[in-house]
Design a protein around this ligand. Structure first.
Ligand SMILES: [Ca+2]
Ligand SMILES: [Ca+2]
Length: 369
């Protein structure tokens, strides 16, 4: 049981990664394009292009990639964008958005579809000066966070760039290098902004899998805003986790399966990386065996009050249930129970025994049709 974990680093190394259109010149295929969900006024305007807004007031459109990407791995996005033909009276711009929620768009207008999204990171290409947000009068680029288009909360910028509203396509190159914690954006071959920082922990509070999209908006002034992908290259962690046959047979027994890396520090409910790695094994099993429902039974040791233990064990079972639902297991197939300090399997007199009693047991049973 423990031996497998000695090989874990190796297994993690072997995790498959896959790439979309890794050739510099290759355009995205129709299949790649189908991975984007357009919302608002956005639509596929032909080939590898999306129109985000028309040249009309109060238009908003965004596209979201269906699958999360992992910020622990590098990514590159290369694209052409058109920010319209109206320079002096054109607006508002686009934002490349990263955040943990699929297909969720923020406030339009000066918020450019990014406003209010939290936690989030946004790369804005802003063509309209909103003085109260600290915008410079010229077109500019900035790296924003937490749904705030105001520049006092910038991670980087605003940096003034040559006029982008000239009817012409501009080449945008976005790259994230986790080894150097470096996010960099070039426009027409010149790096215009960079941010060096621990984005995963500082912006996303430890979450490395995020969704991404691009949004554009107009307000009282407008422009036709369009984006054409040339290259997308990123790694997505494939589900590697699976249960061993002996664990599956334990799962079908009444006492259930104990996964030893599913542990909660005393008094805490939050799921850590090791725990979610284990839970992904159950997700895979449940997806491949849809005739089964699962019971999640959480227990505590006897430290603290009985009622407190009851409450926290229920909260932990519910947290696990929410995680499984988030990974696509139907809610009606999951039964979450907190049993508090009842049914100890070891002595509560020793630290070792208490650690054993703080456990979550999983058992599956056939759903009666
Ligand atoms: Ca301009
Ligand atoms: Ca603006």
């Amino acid at each position: 049981m423990t031996r497998i974990y000695h090989y874990l680093p190796l297994l993690l190394l072997l995790q498959t990664t896959w790439f979309l259109s890794t050739h510099a010149q290759s355009r995205l295929t129709a299949e790649d394009m189908a991975k984007f969900v357009p919302s608002g006024d956005a639509y596929i305007s032909g080939g590898n292009c999306f129109r985000l807004t028309e040249a009309m007031d109060w238009s908003r459109g965004s596209i979201w990639y269906r699958e999360a990407i992992d910020l622990k791995s590098p990514f590159v996005m290369e694209l052409n964008l058109v920010l319209g033909c109206k320079d002096r009276d054109g607006a508002d711009g686009m934002v490349f958005i990263f955040h943990p929620y699929p297909t969720m768009t923020g406030r339009p207008g000066e918020g450019m579809g990014f406003g209010g999204l939290r936690p989030s990171l946004g790369i804005e290409l802003d063509t309209w000066e909103n003085e109260h947000l600290g915008d410079p009068p010229q077109d500019h680029i900035a790296i924003l966070q937490d749904g705030s288009p105001a520049h006092w909360y910038n991670l980087a910028g605003p940096n003034i760039v040559p006029n982008l509203e000239d009817c012409r396509p501009h080449r945008i190159y976005v790259s994230w290098k986790p080894d150097y914690q470096l996010l960099s954006v070039a426009i027409d071959g010149v790096e215009r902004i960079r941010y060096k920082g621990d984005i995963i922990n500082e912006v996303f509070d430890g979450i490395s899998e995020v969704y991404w999209g691009v949004s554009g908006a107009t307000g009282r002034y407008n422009n036709r805003q369009e984006i054409c992908f040339e290259k997308l290259e990123f790694a997505k962690v494939a589900p590697l986790a699976y249960l061993m046959p002996s664990q599956i047979s334990q799962l079908k027994k009444q006492n259930g399966l104990l996964l030893e890396r599913i542990q909660f520090p005393s008094g805490q409910v939050r799921l850590n990386d090791a725990t979610t790695f284990e839970l992904d094994k159950l997700v895979r099993y449940l997806k491949e065996n849809d005739a089964y429902a699962i019971e999640v039974a959480a227990f505590t040791d006897s430290s603290g009050s009985e009622s407190g233990n009851q409450r926290i064990s229920q909260a932990r079972a519910e947290a696990i249930k929410r995680y499984l639902i988030g990974k696509g297991v139907a809610s009606k197939r999951i039964y979450a129970f907190g049993y508090g300090e009842s049914n100890p399997i070891a002595s509560n007199a020793t630290a070792e025994g208490r650690a054993k009693n703080r456990r979550v047991a999983f058992s599956v049973f056939r759903i009666v049709p």
